[in-house]
Every structure is written in C-alpha cells, then in structure tokens.
Ligand binder design. Structure first.
Ligand SMILES: [Zn+2]
Length: 416
C-alpha cells in the first residue's frame, strides 16, 4: 500500500493530484471488494476526512457503489461496504495464438462479458483483418467514452509502442505491423505486450490477495515454445528492445535439437508443449510412427488413465522444464516461478519430478525461499492479461509510463 507523503515540488496540477489519488483509492476498492471507508483509511494510512472526500467523488462519478451493512452502533454511522461499479468502464483483450485466437470484452473488475474466437490463417493480413472486425464486434455494445482500450497479447519479440512483431519464429511472423492493422478506424488506446509478459501480468493483476506477496516472480509460458515473463516490483521487465528474459532460448545442450532461433539445444526444444508432444511421438514403437498426433489434453488424460508412454513423456518433459528453472533461479533468484499449461492440468503427475530435480541442482539457500506453483488462470492467463493491460493503465496510470514526471507516491492529503 502506498505510504502517503508529499514528494513533489512545484507545479503539479491540483486536478492531476486529485485524479491520481482517486485512482489509488479506486484500485484499493478493486483489490478489496466490500472494503469499508475505515479500512481504506487504515491500510492507506489516511485520515477519515481524506477518505470521505475521495470516496464521495468516486460515488459522484458513478465509479463505485456503497452498501449499508446493518444499523451500526448508536455511536456512529452504519458501516458500509464499497465496491467498484463494474459496468462503469470496459476493456477488450486479444490473444493472438495458434490455432485459435480469442477476443474478450471485460468489465472494470476484469470479468469476461463476451468472447469470440478467430481461427488462424496463414496470411497475416487476412488473419488480422478478421481479428480487427472481431474486435469491433465484441466492443460494439459499449459507448466509446466507457471503453478504456484494447490490450493485445502477441508471441515473440515485439515493439510495444507500435505493436509491430519484430520476430515471432514459432508462428513465422517477421516485421508484421499488427498494431497498424488492428488500430484502423478505431479511436481507443491500444496496448501491446509479449504473451509471456501479459501472462505474468495476469497472475499479478487477478491474483487472490494472499498471493499479493509475489512482486518479484517469473511466469513460464509453455506452448509451441517457452516464453518467460519476469515481474519486478509488480511490473513486467522490459529490455531495450523488449527481447529481455528470452530464457526459452537459453541453451541446455550445444549439440542438441535445432531451434527456430537458429541455435541448437535451446530449453524450449525440451520443455515446451510442442516438446511434450514430440516426446510422446518419439516414445512410440516403430509401427506406430504414422499414428495421428494427439494434443496435450488427450496426452494428460491418457497418463491419468495409466498409459505409461504418456506418463513418461510428461515426466521427461517436466524434468527438462526443471533444468531450465535451475537457470532461472541462478539468474534471477525470484520469489516464485509460476508455470502455465499444460503443466497446470498435469500438476499432480509432474510436481514431484520438478521438485526432485530442483532439490538435486539448486543450493538449499536459494531453494528455501522459492515457491514453485501452477498458474491459477491456466490456459486463460495471456487472454486475461491482455484485457488487464488497459485496466492496469487506468488504475495505475499515474504510477508509471508517460506520466513518469509525476511522483510514484502522491500527496493524497494535499488537495483536501
Ligand atoms: Zn532457440
């Protein structure tokens, strides 16, 4: 929680301060639905006068609702519960992925209100044209003044400002102007982010309160490749060209399997969902070589039903996954490593393999503070994270980004 202090000097606009303070309180109500005015005052270290001022403005602007709880004591007014008005604002989330991309409309609390899918097409132009019309369709019921924007999750190395995919080897996109094609004739703000980073953002943004303590963690996305999103102090880490934390291409074996990046033996060639399915194929007998490929969901069902080949493929892949996690721990010493699908669905089958490998290879002092856990959002993490991009901008816009001229901690008392 922000400790309130007056850290500005000079000409910070009073209205900007007021708005920033309102967002801080609004975000607190979002994180703690049903919170009372007194609790806000306590956890944000504010006077009751300040809280009353801000809460009344939020009510007047129809961003929150306040419900009475009982009659209260004779000594004071009845206690009340504050909640954000979830239909006050809307956002669109887009996940670009093979074989199916998804577009959702979410309310201010991130609840999904509408969802559409878009099948993959080889031509990026045709695919993005269809995606563009689907975004318009999904957002159509919302008045433009209530639309916070569109968040787009994309694979590969991207230019966050323009929404250009610089290189996404696993889907064969190089220099594709996703942003330009999606923004056409749409006036809302667009936000772009790499899929592993948005997945990490989703874990942070939608996390239950008890996992609030994870402010420095790594999300490992396991699809065709392996993507890693690193969150530092609650925000995704970006390099100078957004190509930071490409741990999927950290080499495990110099003469190993060829990788789409041009190198050999990269972690993603052994630990991704694609590697899991290949491992299953390779474990088949010669006469089965032409069998129809299965998906990871079926593979996990087979393993659960006692299929030794499926179980071996899962545990071999989990073992390789742990090898790369050893590198993550050595490089970053994070609080937590959160794993995505398909390991979420197979967690009871692979957890011990992963933990045993880590125990063998990571010093006890580095392992003792590390939490390793499956994603709570499962296959929806990138999609939910994409929708969270405009929401996070709205709730915390005075904390970072182009408003960096403003202080991180604003003087909530200063304007009342
Ligand atoms: Zn590679």
């Amino acid at each position: 929680m922000p400790t309130v202090s007056f850290t500005t000097s000079g000409a910070l606009q009073k209205s900007a301060l007021r708005q920033a303070n309102e967002r801080l309180v609004l975000n607190s109500i979002r994180r703690h639905p049903g919170i009372s005015r007194a609790e806000i005052a306590r956890i944000m270290a504010l006077s009751s006068t300040s809280v009353t001022f801000v809460v009344n403005r939020l009510r007047k602007n129809r961003l929150i609702v306040e419900q009475k709880l009982g009659n209260g004591s004779h000594a004071g007014r009845p206690p009340t519960a504050l909640r954000i008005r979830t239909d006050a604002m809307w956002a669109v989330g887009v996940e670009i992925a093979q074989p199916t991309s998804r577009v959702v409309l979410v309310d201010l609390a991130g609840n999904v209100k509408k969802q559409e899918t878009v099948p993959w097409q080889v031509s990026p132009e045709l695919f993005l044209h269809k995606l563009h019309s689907t975004i318009r369709k999904v957002a159509q019921p919302c008045r433009s003044e209530t639309m916070l924007g569109v968040g787009v999750s994309m694979p590969g190395t991207i230019d966050k400002a323009s929404g250009r995919v610089i290189a996404a080897e696993n889907i064969g996109w190089f220099g594709v102007d996703v942003g330009r094609l999606l923004r056409r004739r749409l006036r809302w703000p667009f936000f772009y982010e790499n899929d592993a980073n948005v997945s990490a953002l989703a874990e942070h943004w939608f996390a239950p309160l008890e996992s609030d303590r994870f402010r420095y963690f790594v999300y490992v996305r396991l699809r065709t490749g392996v993507g890693t999103g690193v969150v530092v102090d609650g925000r995704p880490l970006h390099g100078v060209s957004s190509a930071v934390a490409e741990f999927g291409h950290v080499m495990l074996y110099p003469d190993g399997r060829p990788c789409s990046c041009g190198n050999r033996g990269c972690w993603e060639q052994y630990a991704s969902e694609g590697a899991l399915l290949r491992s299953y194929q390779e474990l088949g007998s010669a006469k089965r070589k032409n069998e129809t490929p299965i998906d990871s969901e079926t593979l996990i069902q087979l393993a659960r039903a006692g299929d030794k080949r499926a179980l071996k493929a899962l545990r071999t892949t989990a073992s390789y996954l742990a090898l790369g996690m050893v590198n993550l721990v050595a490089a970053l010493n994070p609080q937590a490593i959160i794993l995505g699908e398909p390991m979420v669905s197979a967690w009871d089958l692979v957890e011990e393999t992963i933990r045993e490998e880590l125990r063998k290879r990571v010093p006890p002092y580095a392992l003792s503070d590390l939490r390793v856990l499956p994603s709570q959002l499962g296959a929806d993490s990138a999609l939910r994270g994409a929708a969270a991009l405009p929401l996070a901008h709205y709730f915390t816009r005075f904390d970072h980004g182009k408003e960096d001229a403003l202080p991180n901690r604003v003087a909530i008392e200063a304007h009342v």
